[in-house]
Design a protein around this ligand. Structure first.
Ligand code: NDP
Length: 501
């Protein structure tokens, strides 16, 4: 049984940096093990810029071991009584809840997001993901199709086998559990890889799985780089389904590998989401929620509204109020309650975001607020922080308004008519989420129907019901997560037809 441990006292070794660093391990066949190569990758706390732990630089051989362990565990797990499987997953959700404080701190140190956000959103959502799928699996049903007395068809859904789950760094445990929980609930065994940038909570989850009595090999967690460990998962012939969340470019690489192998593939990719504000909207709510949609989690949520289209007649008033509220957001130490915006996840991502701010200026954009790196005094001086940045005067079709920046940077643009704003909103390669603000029911329905977007929020943002289909159109993804869609993704459907006459 794994002992309840804290991030700061487990697996401490003297690292190459001369300090005591925590060495994360892979989780294979129910126990922790070092990478076979013995190589590790530095893990940086983005709020300080310091290396604080090391993670396995896993290779194909580590993935091979994980797949073998998952394959061995599959027969027993896939036929285990649903109630029994469900009880183990519920236990995992309870143990995550019991360790909320520790997990929230780990998430914040790893990712840079404010601790209050990890505590109120990321970790509770991981609890819900396990609880939701543990119980949803008990309520799954199957269809029958009666051919007017000639024959009866029914549909069987069996787990596909070993599933590969690959998740990004922006909502680490939240998105990791969003894949792993439905895979396990549907009876698959799993080889999973969290982002190498934010591995810590997945590591802590492996301890929780041991404590919850998850049988060895049912969940295997391999840490390391995407192009090595990630690719080894995607290309492994024994992995029948791959569920991936990450960038569109990576999704393309994964499709090219998994497609010709005829694997089941679920891709949740990038976004460049519009927020559309009509003149008849509830003004204060629209301003406040649009600011939240723009800058929550440093703008590093695939659902953030980064293109804000405002009807011409209220453009000036909205712009003034939006900039005022944005400029008030406090950027700083994510451990402090008063910080609204924490650190950007890495040095390289910060540089990328700043380069987009430069691009916006070259494209004629005017910075209304922000635009700079922040170096808070004290503990976080070497951290990666950027001011919330609002830009105007940019054409809807310029690169700044077409490419995903994935940071605290938004552009604000006036529109003249419903037709025009729909054209603007649909003009990117992406189609993940949109938020529409209006008090006119007809406008709401018409615009929602016309938007090329997997999710449309009317007069709200990020209001999520786990039963609903989640995913994007166009280059934002293939397939849907959430609800029974996710459970069914991890199964293979079979039609059984019985002749009656
Ligand atoms: P990446 O695409 O860089 O990485 C995602 C995961 O894939 C990581 O674990 C990464 O490992 C791994 N990976 C990278 N290359 C490969 C490869 N060749 N084969 C297999 N795995 C690979 O995305 P980010 O982590 O940078 O996340 C940000 C992106 O995720 C944004 O574009 C965002 O929009 C998108 N996203 C989409 C969501 C959605 O639901 N649609 C939700 C959240 C984020 P490593 O970290 O080692 O590179």
């Amino acid at each position: 049984m794994a002992s309840p441990s804290t991030v700061s006292n487990k697996n401490m070794l003297s690292g190459k940096h001369g300090k005591s660093l925590m060495y994360i391990r892979n989780f294979i066949n129910g126990s922790h093990c070092p990478p076979l190569s013995g190589n590790y990758i530095d893990n940086v706390d983005p709020s300080t810029g310091n290396v604080y732990s090391c993670i396995p630089d896993s290779e194909e051989t580590d993935v091979q071991q994980a797949v073998e362990s998952a394959r061995t565990a599959f027969p027993a797990w896939s036929v285990m009584q649903k109630q029994k499987r469900s009880a183990i997953l519920i236990r995992i959700s309870e143990l995550i809840r019991d360790r909320t404080e520790e997990l929230a701190l780990a998430e914040t140190v790893d990712n840079g997001k404010p601790l209050w956000l990890s505590r109120s959103v990321d970790i509770p959502r991981a609890v819900s993901n396990f609880h939701f799928y543990a119980t949803a699996a008990l309520h799954d049903w199957t269809e029958t199709h009666n051919m007017e007395g000639t024959a009866l068809n029914y549909t069987l859904r069996n787990p596909v086998g070993v599933a590969g789950c690959i998740s990004p760094w922006n909502l680490p445990l939240y998105l990791f559990s969003w894949k792993v929980a439905p895979a396990l609930a549907s009876g698959c065994t799993v080889v999973a890889k969290p982002s190498e940038v934010t591995p810590m909570t997945a590591y802590l989850l492996s301890e929780i799985c041991m404590d919850a009595g998850l049988p060895p090999g049912v969940l295997n967690i391999v840490h390391g780089y995407g192009h090595k460990a990630g690719m080894a998962i995607v290309s492994h012939p024994e992995i029948a389904a791959v569920s991936f969340t990450g960038g569109t470019r990576t999704g393309e690489i994964i499709s090219r590998t998994a497609g010709p192998m005829f694997k089941k593939l679920s891709l949740e990719l990038g976004g460049k989401n519009p927020t559309i504000v009509f003149a008849d909207a509830d003004f204060d709510k629209a301003v406040h929620t649009s600011v939240r949609a723009a800058f929550s989690n440093q703008g590093e949520i695939c659902l953030c509204g980064s293109r804000i289209f405002v009807e011409e007649s209220i453009y000036k008033k909205f712009k003034t109020a939006f900039v005022k509220e944005s400029a008030r957001l406090k950027v700083g130490d994510p451990l402090l309650e008063e910080s609204n915006i924490g650190a950007i996840v890495s040095d390289s991502h910060m540089i990328k975001i700043l380069s987009y701010i430069d691009l916006a200026k070259q494209e004629g954009g005017e910075i209304l607020c922000g635009g700079n790196r922040v170096q808070p005094k004290g503990r976080c001086e070497g951290g990666f922080f950027i001011e919330p940045t609002v830009i105007e005067n940019l054409d809807a079709y310029c690169r700044t308004n077409q490419e995903e920046i994935f940071g605290p940077v938004v552009s604000i643009i006036p529109f003249r008519s419903q037709e025009e704003v729909i054209t603007f909103a649909n003009s990117t390669q992406y189609g993940l989420a949109a938020s529409v603000w209006t008090s006119n029911l007809k406008t709401a329905h018409t615009v929602a129907a016309a938007l090329q977007s997997g999710i449309v929020w009317i007069n709200c943002w990020l209001l999520r019901d786990l039963r609903t289909p989640f995913g994007g159109m166009k280059n934002s993804g293939v397939g849907r997560e959430g609800g029974f869609e996710a459970l069914r993704f991890f199964t293979e459907e079979k039609n059984v037809c019985i002749r009656l006459k």
